[in-house]
Design a protein around this ligand. Structure first.
Ligand code: GLA
Ligand code: ZN
Length: 672
């Protein structure tokens, strides 16, 4: 189901149960302020369980009815949450199985939020009951727009039920204990299991070093959560089949494979909390946000998504929580839109007077008024989003895919390898994202399970582990004319993390036209270098030693004992080609080499000659209408050359081939 709303959404988490005792005044004022701030959506019920079900089986929807009616009366759409992100104290007391157990096998006690066991039958039942009632109650309510399922699903539970499920999962995946022993290489350290009953989850008190075991556990945790998610949404799907379902994600959160979860959602959404500093460090922050936006769009097949949360001012959970400079909130919001979000939403709409998040930024902050800078800035975002209404529902049409795979990440990070547990998988993928963006290209993020046939170029850095069918997919992609750009630490192991050998070679060998013989780890005082295209570049951290078979060498190492061995190669394969970057380098090489490889692949950037610190993205409506977004992530003014005169979509003014941009700003342009 594709979500479609004819406007960009503007809103945020609304927790009116905090003000139940003053609803006559506060709730009324909320609606007035929401209108003033150009808010057209609010997310409600996220943490409302104790108010919706004050006692086991005793429900009270009266206050929620009132809130929903208020929203409808004010033209505001509800992103209605299921309350499973936190639970009432009575529930934890009566059904202790709903609480998690730590990896040390200690049962948690009531408190905090999340903290749930996704294998607890009591939890499943109580969640199903309340979700059913919510759906029944509001299925025809005019305010209902979307389901917000739980809150930031996260982390694992090591209770006996989860252990049992893990064993069942292992049985289903490996079939026999002999096969599991083979896949996990349990012939070493006497780790051979005799029966599935002996398997337990990883723990600092026991097994933590066998990466195959760790990966199996991570995969299980995702599968178990996806199963729970499907149970959670079953009543919603049944009772409200036309209401789209999302769950708010957390960017590069390490604990779950979001591509797997994304397959079950109608629309992706995520909570974006960049740590803006107000100085030149913001460029790195902005680039990191851009990367995560693209990733979060990727998990639901590149469809428009939502920025479900962001802070309209500071947060309260960093060690130091600075205010944002004027203009940052607008920048943060438009950055989301530039990457394909159909919304700018905040946490939270009105700050509470106490409790855990008392000092977190809010649209209506602790003054309780609309007289604040934050409120004015939010209202400005609202006004700008109204001008950009035509952007709603438009999609990206990028020709480059960049691979980021949670399974690969877990495999690389868990391996005792070159820089033990510091292989920098995410940073590496991000460095390629920065290179591509700085060159003016738009990027789609994919994982090894995604369809890559629609792209011209696939960039796959550190694709260490080849999942089921991925090698074949790559072969078809390149043979069919695609360009594959890959790097060091790619194709080392199969889906079970067993290393490829000569008798069972890595599918990468055929594509890269070489085989990797050794890999060097450099410490932070050791560097190599090489010369390519007349320019000298630095090698750092990782340097692979490889022997070409059919590959052509583009550059060779200049020093250390492997001087003259190739560090940059290309291999023609079918109608396409595969480039191989054998060493980790600085950003200058990625920029130069990516620029050259993409030109060779016949790809033109969205904008060329972009000044340092700027990037460009595009969104298209089905009828071909194009929106061009230019982001300036620096605190300097920038002049961006345009190929032609365009129109500013916010002001309606013409922009004559020279776009002048202020610090931290996003320009939205349309063709004249
Ligand atoms: C997360 C949660 C919110 C709130 C914010 C604060 O994203 O989903 O409930 O705690 O963080 O930044
Ligand atoms: Zn559990």
């Amino acid at each position: 189901m594709k979500f479609h709303y004819p406007e960009l959404l503007h809103g945020g988490d609304y927790n009116p149960e905090q003000w139940m005792e003053q609803k006559e005044t506060i709730w009324k004022q909320d609606m007035q302020y929401a209108r003033e701030a150009g808010i057209n959506t609010l997310s409600i019920g996220i943490f409302s369980w104790a108010y919706l079900e004050p006692e086991d089986g005793v429900y009270d929807f009266s206050w929620m009815d009132e809130v929903m009616d208020n929203l409808a009366a004010n033209g505001i759409k509800a992103v209605l949450a299921t309350p499973s992100g936190a639970r009432p104290a009575w529930l934890a007391k009566k059904y202790p199985s709903v609480l998690r157990m730590t990896a040390q096998r200690l049962p948690n006690v009531f408190g905090g939020r999340h903290n749930a066991c996704y294998s607890s039958p009591d939890y499943e039942r109580k969640v199903t009951e309340i979700n059913t009632r919510l759906a029944e109650r509001y299925k025809d309510h005019p305010a209902l727009m979307m389901w917000h399922v739980s809150n930031e699903y996260n982390n694992e539970c090591h209770c006996p039920r989860c252990q049992e499920r893990f064993r069942d999962w292992c049985k289903a995946r490996y079939g026999t204990i002999e096969n599991l022993n083979r896949c996990w290489w349990n012939s070493f350290w006497s780790h051979k299991y005799t029966t599935f009953d002996e398997i337990i989850s990883p723990s600092p008190l026991g097994e933590e070093e066998n990466v195959a075991h760790l990966l199996a556990w991570k995969r299980f945790c995702t599968d178990n959560l996806v199963r729970f998610f499907k149970t959670e949404i079953a009543p919603l799907r049944r009772i409200t089949p036309n209401v789209p379902v999302t769950a708010n994600l957390m960017g590069t959160f390490p604990g779950l494979d979001y591509f797997a979860l994304g397959k079950e959602m109608d629309i992706s959404s995520w909570d974006n909390y960049p740590a803006w500093t107000g100085d030149e460090r913001d460029l790195a922050v902005a680039r990191n946000s851009s990367f995560r936006h693209d990733l979060m769009r990727g998990v639901c097949d590149q469809k428009p998504y939502l920025m479900m949360e962001s802070s309209p001012s500071s947060v309260n959970w960093n060690t130091i929580n600075p205010l944002r400079k004027p203009g940052t909130v607008l920048y943060q919001g438009l950055q989301a839109i530039a990457h394909g979000s159909d919304s700018v939403q905040y946490f939270q709409f009105r700050a509470g007077r106490g409790g855990s998040e008392q000092y977190h930024g809010a649209v209506i902050d602790r003054t309780g008024t609309n007289r604040t800078r934050t409120f004015r800035e939010v209202a400005e975002v609202g006004a700008v989003l109204k001008q950009l209404k035509a952007v709603a529902g438009s999609e990206t049409r990028n020709q480059i895919a960049l691979l980021y795979d949670w399974n690969v990440r877990w495999s690389v990070e868990g391996a005792w390898m070159l820089h033990r547990h510091h292989e920098q998988y995410e940073e590496t993928v991000r460095s390629f994202h920065i290179g591509l963006s700085s060159l003016g290209y738009g990027v789609d993020m994919v994982d090894e399970t995604c369809d890559i046939s629609r792209y011209k170029v696939l960039v796959a850095p550190m694709a260490y582990m080849m999942r089921e069918g991925f090698g074949q997919k790559l072969r078809a992609f390149v043979a069919g004319g695609g360009t594959l750009i890959t790097t060091y630490v790619t194709g080392y192991v199969n889906q079970e993390l067993l290393t490829y050998m000569d008798a069972d070679p890595s599918p990468m060998n055929e594509l890269t036209g070489m085989h990797v013989d050794e890999c060097d780890a450099l410490d932070d005082r050791t560097f190599g270098h090489f010369v390519w295209n007349g320019k000298k570049y630095r090698v750092k951290e990782i340097a692979e030693l490889a022997t070409p078979t059919t590959a052509q060498t583009l550059a060779v190492y200049a020093d250390r004992f492997y001087a003259t061995q190739p560090c940059f190669t290309v291999n023609e394969y079918g109608k396409g080609r595969c480039y191989y970057i054998a060493a980790r380098t600085d950003a200058d090489f990625l920029y130069d080499a990516l620029g050259w490889m993409l030109k060779e692949a016949g790809l033109e950037p969205i904008l060329s000659r972009l000044p340092e610190g700027t990037c460009a993205t595009e969104r298209y409506q089905e009828d071909g209408t194009r929106f061009l977004f230019v982001q300036n992530g620096t605190h300097e003014r920038k002049i961006v050359p345009l190929p032609k005169t365009m129109k500013d979509a916010v002001t309606g003014k013409k922009v004559y081939e020279q776009l002048e941009m202020g610090e931290l700003s996003v320009a939205v342009l349309t063709d004249e």
